[in-house]
Design a protein around this ligand. Structure first.
Ligand SMILES: Cc1cc2nc3c(=O)[nH]c(=O)nc-3n(C[C@H](O)[C@H](O)[C@H](O)COP(=O)(O)OP(=O)(O)OC[C@H]3O[C@@H](n4cnc5c(N)ncnc54)[C@H](O)[C@@H]3O)c2cc1C
Length: 587
């Protein structure tokens, strides 16, 4: 990314919390203190949230109607433009609000409380559609496009997916071939959010050549050869525009190359990583909405002579919704805050926040619907729409399965490097035991510290409030387990780890749990320091519940590294795949 490292991470731009954690190191200064929005941002946000709230809450019946019809009317889109919903991340000097990640994510939260289709229309524009210009654009591209993108004169879309290239984005077939200094783009993109209403497309095409295999381009709707397909009829987010976008020898001048020629894959991943706090914010907003709906419903609905809110199983659902919402909000805000403070290597942390947020929202929406019983199933109420709308979050912007593999393999890459270093140290030991012992790598020493409990550095929190000792101990023990797990998995599978997805998923799940726990610890620590122990009592309770869940899950995943049913499950899957059916019908 082009932005220089400033602020908290200026001195040490390469430090990564999660990469270090996989090696057993707790870099607490990265996540402490818990980041906060600047006062100026808070003020702007508060004003916007007030006006958004009164505008959007009055439109609830329309949202339901537009969802059924599958369209956001032009007049409504114009109102969104007037309210500045397309200008959120455009720098102020180009006519935008200049929101950084934290403020942007918070605002999307507010929109998502009311309607998913509206949130995705604004979110796809800023999170992925035009973000490439912010991250990689030239001054000329910024001056030319930002004012139109901010006003909504041009709505933006991100065009990567194709019929044959979903998760495997590098296999796209859309091509850009040189024609003199220009390029001619041809190909078809699939399921493009805002496709039908956009005037600006960030398009990825294959550009075989010495520079690399993919390049990002800016294409506008008015160019000859650009066409869009019909509105897709979807399960959820039905009012948002999703279409194919086709390019037939569309001429692109060199000024509209986005980033470097041949570096398009890096541009695509950079945009997706950077935009993740937007989706995370949207998930938090929908979860808060679910909690409001479920608590009101539980108090109103009387069964067996009492409001159902008084029954344990209903309280259990609501309590868990609260814990998951707090944990999601904590991790999404932490990642956004880190990005805003100049933290550079955030791809693992951002992926974790996306996976965690989208899965917590799915559970929360499902449980809110359960609290509402049959009403939850009726289209007259908002629950089923929320559930339909949020399902896709686990699929787009990188499926959660692919992101889990990315999370585990990125961390394991570092452990692998250290293991290589260790094996050369060991060669030294065999050649000359005394000298060899002296060169034992720091990684090996740290691993020894984890297994023996002696020596090693940064294995514990030193700056957390003393009252958080037991939750911090769970985190510290989990970190040891993580480092040992990464080491053991890699030694067991070596290079074959790429094909060992069950093991990778386990490691990713431990990493997800620990990073989210670090976010909750950091946030509760800040709350105690600001409000005092008494006023932070319930947040401490949330931490206690969440850290207990993390401990149980982490221990479970850790235990399954060597003792699991992976081969049996694989065998059963192979059997089903071979027969293409379930084989044990009892008729
Ligand atoms: C409503 C909607 C809006 C969208 N908006 C956009 C947009 O604006 N721009 C854009 O470019 N794209 C967009 N997409 C596309 C989206 O990003 C893709 O759907 C997503 O990347 C997954 O690709 P796929 O659907 O082809 O699934 P596939 O890649 O075919 O995956 C199918 C399943 O297999 C799993 N899988 C795939 N490979 C592996 C592997 N190696 N190991 C293990 N599991 C694997 C996946 O996790 C998934 O569960 C949108 C999609 C939808 C549904």
């Amino acid at each position: 990314m082009s932005s220089p490292t400033t602020g908290k991470f200026a001195k040490n731009p390469g430090t990564s919390f999660m990469r270090s954690l996989c090696m057993g190191q707790i870099e607490e200064e990265i996540i402490l203190p818990y980041p906060k929005l600047a006062d100026g941002e808070k003020e702007t946000l508060n004003g916007m949230i007030d006006s958004l709230g009164s505008w959007l809450s009055a439109k609830e019946p329309e949202f339901r109607h537009w969802d059924r019809k599958g369209e956001l009317p032009t007049e409504f889109l114009n109102e969104m433009k007037q309210l500045g919903l397309f200008s959120l991340i455009v720098p102020e000097e180009h006519g935008g609000l200049g929101f950084k990640s934290g403020a942007y994510s918070r605002l999307l939260q507010e929109i998502a409380k009311y309607d998913g289709s509206v949130a995705i229309t604004a979110g796809a524009h800023s999170s992925i559609g035009m973000r490439g210009v912010l991250l990689y654009g030239t001054d000329e591209q910024k001056a030319k496009y930002f004012p139109k993108l901010a006003s909504g004169e041009m709505i933006a879309a991100f065009c990567l997916t194709e019929p044959g290239a979903g998760s495997d984005a590098a296999s796209i077939r859309t091509k850009a071939v040189r024609d003199g200094k220009d390029w001619l783009i041809s190909g078809e993109k699939l399921w493009i959010t805002n496709g039908g209403i956009a005037g600006f497309y960030t398009v990825f095409a294959k550009t075989e050549g010495p520079e690399g295999h993919m390049t990002a381009f800016i294409v506008t709707r008015d160019q000859e050869g650009v066409s869009v397909g019909p509105h897709e009829d979807k399960m959820g987010l039905r009012a948002s525009s999703t279409t194919t976008v086709s390019f037939d020898k569309v001429r692109i001048t060199p000024e509209n190359v986005l980033g470097e020629v041949g570096k398009g894959f890096k541009v695509a991943m950079g945009i997706l990583n950077s935009g993740r706090t937007g989706l995370g914010g949207g998930c938090v907003g929908s979860m808060k909405h679910c909690i409001e709906l479920a608590t009101k419903q539980a108090k109103q609905r009387v069964q067996f002579g009492k409001p159902i809110a008084e029954y344990g199983l209903i309280k259990q659902k609501i309590g868990h919704m609260v814990v998951e919402c707090y944990a999601t909000e904590s991790v999404v805000n932490l990642v956004a805050g880190l990005v805003d403070q100049g933290y550079q290597d955030y791809s693992i942390e951002a992926a974790i926040s996306k996976v965690f947020a989208t899965e917590c929202l799915w559970r929360t929406a499902d449980e809110a619907l359960q609290v509402a019983g049959g009403n939850g199933y009726m289209c007259e109420f908002p629950y089923e729409r929320i559930l339909r709308d949020c399902r896709v979050n686990r699929i787009f912007e990188g499926t959660n399965d692919i992101l889990r593999l990315f999370i585990a393999l990125s961390a394991m890459n570092d452990v692998g490097k250290s293991l290589k270093e260790l094996s050369s140290s060991l060669e030294g030991i065999f050649n000359d035991p005394i000298k060899g012992f002296g060169v034992l790598s720091s990684y090996a020493l740290r691993m020894a510290a984890h297994t023996t409990g002696v020596g090693g550095t940064k294995k514990v929190f030193t700056q957390l409030h003393p009252s958080l000792k037991s939750a911090a101990a769970i985190f510290e023990e989990g970190t040891s387990d993580l480092a040992i797990a990464a080491d053991r998995i890699l030694r067991k599978h070596g290079k074959n780890i790429i094909g060992k997805q069950f093991a990778s998923k386990r490691l990713a799940d431990i990493m997800i749990d620990l990073f989210v726990l670090s976010a909750v610890l950091s946030r509760v620590d800040s709350s105690i320091r600001e409000k005092g122990l008494d006023k932070a009592k319930q947040e401490i309770e949330i931490l206690e519940v969440f850290s207990g869940q993390v401990r149980r899950r982490t221990k479970g995943n850790f235990g399954k590294i060597d003792n699991n049913d992976d081969e049996l499950i694989k065998d059963l899957a192979d059997h089903a795949l071979e027969n293409e059916k379930y084989s044990w019908d009892n008729l």
